[in-house]
Design a protein around this ligand. Structure first.
Ligand SMILES: Nc1ncnc2c1ncn2[C@@H]1O[C@H](COP(=O)(O)OP(=O)(O)OP(=O)(O)O)[C@@H](O)[C@H]1O
Ligand SMILES: [Mg+2]
Length: 411
């Protein structure tokens, strides 16, 4: 329906009737089937932060071409000096380069004509009216799934600590425990309330230190509920958490603690939350790095861009200052280089992480200045740089104000 509206109403701006070229021929050895449609569907994950609609529906994609594994995407911004330009460009590059078979993405940015701008605004207004959100998560919320190939590498510990670090930096943070059967988030956050529903029968997240938390561990108070959740497919259970939870509309970040290794939850996330991205946790070991690479590959196949790698359990420093590389070294750096993504940080092996998790007082809260606490704080800060929160004021918001002024000036 949105597609029709877009084709009929955007005229020269729309993908359907715009000068989008069909893919050229591919060089030998390239997966031969990356199409303009693949690029277009990846671009649906680039959401204009102000309008909450994707750049395809907004008619901001003026051109797509693919040649020898290089995708060229033309983006028409509302104004050339758009303050969101870097973010939109960066998002386009990450989303499109995540397609297997695309080696590099080039973005050409142009400014819209006055007519294009007014078309965009009428589409945006209509979409805002008609937008019946398919999940309860605001499209402006940045969604970061924390995953790994192997169990026990520290996903849940990292997720709770990042949530607290982001919260202490002033962000609104949600935490979805997608480890439906092996949940550990409630214990790690010292949360033992039971979730309740609001008047619309939506589940209200629990609150731990200002973080909005949902986990099956907060629902299973009797055997019957436990059985019901166990009977659900993993991806269905996660889907319910996105549809049936009243996530606050002003969340800056929603962190998702992934169950170990599975691909169907990744696929469900990519389908339900086009803005979702993934951080991969690995230990410095070679074996772990290989399994982590498989997860990153699976993520890419389901169009979840990998933001970067976190290496956990990177060496241990004893009280006498002796440093031990208990799990080897270099795994995170190598994996990041292989995937062409940044190494977001390295977190040392530290008993304070274990203690914090067991006592419900994560290390960044209990010992922020410890080596592991400060490493986790640094990871959170880097993550905010890589995946910045949606800005308050964007070019489209400015345009809306300008257009309203123009309209009232005419009257
Ligand atoms: N940097 C660290 N230093 C010391 N212990 C750690 C560190 N990170 C995690 N741990 C410990 O390792 C164990 C596994 O961590 P965690 O449960 O966070 O991993 P996970 O990847 O979520 O596991 P699962 O795959 O089972 O969900 C926990 O006991 C945790 O306290
Ligand atoms: Mg876990």
């Amino acid at each position: 329906m949105v597609g029709e509206m877009h084709c009929n109403e955007l005229g020269s701006l729309s993908i359907g009737s715009s000068p989008v070229r069909r893919p050229h021929h591919y060089g030998d050895g390239m997966p031969a089937d990356v199409t303009v449609a693949d690029v277009e569907s990846a671009l649906r994950g680039v959401v204009d932060p102000e309008l909450g609609a994707d750049v395809v529906d907004l008619g901001m994609v003026s051109n797509i071409s693919i040649s020898d594994g290089v995708a060229t995407v033309g983006i028409a911004l509302t104004i050339a000096a758009c303050p969101m330009r870097d973010q939109i460009e960066g998002d386009v590059i990450r989303k499109v380069t995540a397609i297997p078979g695309i080696e590099r993405t080039e973005v050409t940015v142009t400014a819209m004509t006055e007519r294009q701008r007014s078309e965009l605004m009428s589409v945006a207004r209509r979409m805002a009216r008609e937008n019946s959100a398919s999940t309860m998560v605001n499209p402006l919320t940045r969604v970061i799934a924390i995953g790994s190939g192997k169990g026990g590498v520290g996903k849940s510990s990292i997720t709770v600590n990042l949530a607290i670090a982001l919260r202490s930096a002033g962000f609104e943070v949600g935490l979805l425990d997608a480890d439906i059967w092996g949940f550990s988030i409630p214990r790690m956050l010292g949360l033992n309330t039971r979730l309740e529903a609001d008047d619309d029968r939506k589940i209200l997240p629990g609150l731990a230190g200002g973080i909005h938390v949902v986990s099956t561990g907060l629902l299973m108070d009797d055997e019957e509920t436990a059985l019901m959740w166990r009977g659900l497919m993993l991806s269905k259970a996660v889907e319910q958490f996105l549809h049936d939870v009243a996530w606050p509309a002003d969340l800056d970040y929603l962190l998702i603690d992934m169950p170990p290794g599975t691909g169907d939850v990744q696929m469900a996330l990519a389908r339900l939350l086009p803005q979702a991205e993934m951080v991969v946790v690995t230990t410095p070991q070679k074996a772990a790095q290989k399994v982590a690479a498989r997860v990153a590959d699976m993520a890419r196949r389901s169009f979840l861009p990998v933001v970067g790698i976190i290496e956990n359990m990177s060496g241990f420093t004893a009280d006498d200052g002796t440093h031990y590389e208990l799990f080897g070294s270099g795994g995170g750096t190598e994996l990041a280089a292989d995937l062409g993504v940044p190494l977001i940080g390295q977190i040392p092996l530290d008993p304070l992480v274990v203690g914090g998790g067991d006592e419900g007082k994560p290390v960044v809260e209990a010992h922020p200045d410890s080596p592991s606490g400060s490493a986790l704080m640094a990871v959170a800060a880097r993550l905010v740089e890589l995946v910045p929160p949606a800005a308050d004021e964007t070019c489209t918001a400015r345009i809306a104000v300008l257009m309203d002024q123009l309209e009232s000036a005419k009257q």
